[in-house]
Design a protein around this ligand. Structure first.
Ligand SMILES: Cc1cc2nc3c(=O)[nH]c(=O)nc-3n(C[C@H](O)[C@H](O)[C@H](O)COP(=O)(O)O)c2cc1C
Length: 397
């Protein structure tokens, strides 16, 4: 499980290039500024130029670029949220197979990424089918963030800045949601990337306790050159057991002119439809619910969201065992750390383990984990007879 000969998965080895050649490469990148500029409808431009000041013109230009890029990506609506040690390549590919239209990498640490070849090759893998892709970094130094971003920009569709992590490690490292206390620094991070990269910059944010502050915040991001904002509808101090504030996301959407993604409380496709309707957002992102059910965006829902006797739903023919096996096959193709695989085993098979705790105990005790062991474990769970199907809505004539 440590190496692969499969050329369809490639480690990002830009470390072999000196920083200057990275800059030169990015200047001539196929996602270059000139080309996206050419995508703008000329008529919009002339209207804008006759009626606006130069700063306004610049803003209209950035909005148009943001939308041209979004349209080029076919306006993905169903997106895998960034998850540290969990939204890695095999998991992204599994979610894509079941309906996800775009995905984020887990958060990468910009300084370590810029400095360490080992970190880069271990923590960031992708393949040509892994698009559209957001690569997320945390950081608080514009130069270092840019150095890290240069190394990935030609492999992704957005370079994302994590402005939402509320954990202690982010407080200690002064990144994520703790940068909300220093808006000038946030502005300099976004401006640095937006003016130097050829790939657009996105930001994943949390809400301020006051809506007024949140609106000023997102306008600052937009004015700094951010091309897309993903809003986790909770404040820095709120945890996931509290409901995400979709009304605040709606206010964000109506305050900026660039694409906005809504995040929080997406557990099945009815939530997706409702969230898009309430917020007016351009897409939704889901995290925790995908760990339990990576087929969520394909219209499959876990039994937790189907009431007993509800005859609007039927067995969708896909169960957690099948998803697990498909995930493992992807891990054989695109190797990842065993710790990540183990977390996904608990995520996907956790409910089965609850019914058969002896199988979980054996898994916990196993010293020499292998793919074979987990394949056999799925067979063993199946042989016990208790099924955990995923449900789909019945087609009614
Ligand atoms: C296991 C896990 C890891 C996460 N890691 C990250 C991360 O690396 N970067 C980030 O911006 N958010 C991270 N988040 C937050 C999610 O992206 C998302 O904003 C949050 O879970 C709310 O969405 P949900 O209600 O769909 O779970 C993580 C969440 C989970 C559950």
């Amino acid at each position: 499980m440590t190496s692969t000969n499969d050329l369809s998965a490639f480690l990002i080895q830009t470390h072999s290039l000196p920083p200057n050649s990275l800059r030169r490469l990015s200047t001539f990148s196929p996602l270059g500024r000139r080309r996206s500029g050419d995508d703008f409808p000329k008529s919009n431009f002339s209207a804008a130029y006759t009626s606006s000041s130069s700063t306004e013109r610049q803003h209209i230009r950035s909005e148009e670029k943001a939308w041209a890029h979004w349209r080029k990506l076919k306006q993905p609506k169903l997106i895998v949220a960034p998850m540290y040690d969990a939204s890695e390549l095999p998991f992204r590919m599994l979610c894509r197979k079941y309906g996800a239209e775009a995905a984020y990498t887990p958060m990468l640490h910009s300084r370590i990424f810029a400095e360490s070849t080992k970190y880069r090759s271990k923590e960031f893998t992708t393949c040509k089918e892994d698009r559209p892709l957001f690569v997320q970094f945390c950081g608080n130094d514009p130069e270092i963030l840019l150095e890290a971003a240069y190394r990935v920009e030609s492999y992704c569709d957005y370079v994302d800045i994590n402005l939402g992590c509320p954990q202690r490690i982010a407080r200690t490292g002064n990144y994520g949601a703790f940068l909300m206390d220093n808006l000038p620094l946030i502005k300099s991070l976004v401006t640095k990337l937006a003016t130097n990269l050829t790939t657009p910059v996105s930001c994943k944010i949390r809400l301020f306790p006051s809506l007024h502050d949140t609106i000023n915040y997102v306008k600052l991001l937009e004015d700094s050159g951010c091309s897309l904002i993903a809003v986790h509808g909770r404040t820095r101090d709120e945890r996931t057991k509290e409901r995400a504030n979709w009304d605040a996301i709606k206010s964000v959407k109506s305050s900026v002119k660039i694409p906005v993604l809504a995040n929080g409380n997406i557990r099945h496709m009815d939530d997706v439809d409702k969230c898009l309707e309430v917020t007016g957002a351009d897409g939704v992102m889901s995290a925790e619910a995908l760990l339990d059910n990576p087929a969520l965006f394909g219209g499959f829902r876990s039994g937790d969201w189907v009431a007993e006797g509800d005859d609007w739903f039927e067995d969708g023919g896909v169960d957690r065992g099948r998803l697990m096996v498909e995930y493992l096959k992807l891990c054989e193709k695109y190797p990842v750390k065993w710790g990540i695989i183990v977390s996904h085993v608990y995520g996907m098979l956790g409910k089965w383990f609850d019914v058969h705790p002896d199988v979980r105990d054996d898994f916990n005790k196993e010293k020499e984990l292998s793919f074979e062991y987990i394949y056999r474990m799925v067979d063993r769970l199946r042989a016990r007879g208790v099924q955990f199907p995923l449900y789909v809505k019945k087609i009614r004539s």
